[in-house]
Design a protein around this ligand. Sequence first.
Ligand code: GLU
Length: 298
Amino acid sequence: MTAVATQEKPSFSYSGRFAPSPTGPLHFGSLITAVASYCDAKAHQGKWLVRVEDTDIPRIYPGSEEHILTSLEAFQFETDAEIIFQKNRLDIYESVLDQLKKEGLIYACQCTRKMLGSNAIYAGTCRNLNLDFQDQAIRVKVKDQQICFDDRLQGLHCSNLQHDLGDFVLKRRDGIINYQLAVVVDDYLQGITHVVRGSDLLDNTERQIWLGELLGYPKLSYMHLPLAMNDQGQKLSKQNLAQALDLSKAPELLQQAIQALGQPNVDLDRPEVMLKQAVAQWNIDLIPHGQELSGRYL
Ligand code: GLU
């Protein structure tokens, strides 16, 4: 299939991004991702873009979009393009679905969560039923094929989507565009070349590579960072009551995030100056390996 030219695509040798979901205020774990994606892009003379991933309207936490934008300003990150919001781009995702439909690569699925039970692997029940797409979930077909990528931190990671997952959902029955589709389309349309994000998303990557291949998009480079954990050994997240970043302590928090990434210390200063120093000193060989940081955070 040829790439969907829904929008002009810029092309840079390195384009990275930070793509928070507004399901809660930014916490220390998100700051680590923002800092790493920023420093890696800038250390490669690349662009750094921000995209708010807000297609899942019911999960949006009131006020968190504003908190994300205010935080990015407080930490003085400079974005190289206007921030985009996925909820304003639904027609683009729909046009990609239309294209996949024409190619016979997706189908409507009427299975409810109840019907699927606890089966983690979708058996393809609706694959050949030829159901009408109206008010149904939409799944993409996968193949019995090993998909591998060489993560810059986590090494070789492989999955056979058919064995591990089955055909997966691109649009939910309630009409919500799934993260997997929106992320792949926007990484392409924003000209992203390098993805730097938390290792909680490592297992999503083969799905995204598969979709990108179906759509004829170029391959991306991936780096999945170790996650910040709380003192109970849980990933920092809204569900685990991670604290919102205290923006009055931006320099101190930035210094801690840079330290958590194993980078040389930066002097306390205005965030802009600290980020410049962090970029100049950026060395991915110093980032702790593995999927969790050993320190404990709030
Ligand atoms: N929006 C996702 C999140 O906040 C990140 C997506 C990505 O970086 O690919 O977890």
